[in-house]
Design a protein around this ligand. Structure first.
Ligand code: COA
Length: 173
């Protein structure tokens, strides 16, 4: 996949302590609270990594958080796990993703998601996992993700999944 093209003045980097998080407002409180209060702590503890989309000089336009995880094989679609062992299976969680309201509806959410998935794909070349999972904060967010081939986890309407197979196809196309 080609590198994500950001408009002039935008760039991605890992969340740092000195990034100004106080002004970030996505319109969904828990998405804001995570970035402001917990993302950096979780990163220091090696539980997750957050990358921010910065607009120069010091504005966080958006962010996403990725973490490793596990899911029981019987929670995944049956056709996907047919040939897999009946154990806990490795996954990546797209734990959070959000754009500040000032930057929404300009195509940046789509690019931020593409960047997060490119990171997942890069990781998956060296650390295998079977799928990317995410919990939708709102029905609005669910509609957004479903545009990009995420499918519902059986019995969990607000949890979506993208298999490694589909991710790999997406990134190779
Ligand atoms: C969800 C979110 C990231 C989308 O970002 P965005 O920048 O507004 O989206 P984009 O402008 O890139 O839109 C991409 C496409 O999805 C569509 N779209 C965006 N949000 C949509 C929604 N909720 N439902 C349906 N379609 C949506 C756009 O029309 C656009 O379509 P197009 O490519 O055909 O033009 C953003 O609205 C947001 O941060 N929301 C608050 C936080 C949140 O809900 N996070 C996700 C849960 S953790």
């Amino acid at each position: 996949m080609k590198p994500i093209q950001w408009p002039n003045g935008f760039f991605i980097e890992q969340l740092q302590k000195n990034h100004n998080r106080t002004a970030f407002h996505s319109g969904v409180d828990m998405v804001d609270e995570w970035l402001k209060k917990r993302a950096h702590q979780a990163q220091k503890k090696r539980l997750s990594i957050t990358r921010v989309l910065l607009k120069e000089p010091d504005t966080i336009a958006g962010y996403y958080t990725l973490a490793m995880g596990q899911v029981n094989f019987d929670e995944l679609p049956r056709e996907m796990v047919r040939k897999l062992p009946g154990t806990l299976l490795p996954i990546v969680t797209l734990a959070w993703l959000g754009l500040d309201k000032r930057f929404q509806s300009q195509g940046l959410g789509k690019r931020l998601l593409a960047q997060a998935l490119a990171d997942c794909h890069h990781t998956g070349q060296m650390m295998p996992f079977v799928a990317v999972l995410l919990d939708c904060a709102t029905v609005y967010a669910k509609t957004f993700y479903q545009r990009y081939d995420f499918e519902e986890l059986p019995g969990h309407p607000m949890t979506l999944m993208l298999s490694w197979k589909l991710l790999d196809r997406m990134m190779s196309g």
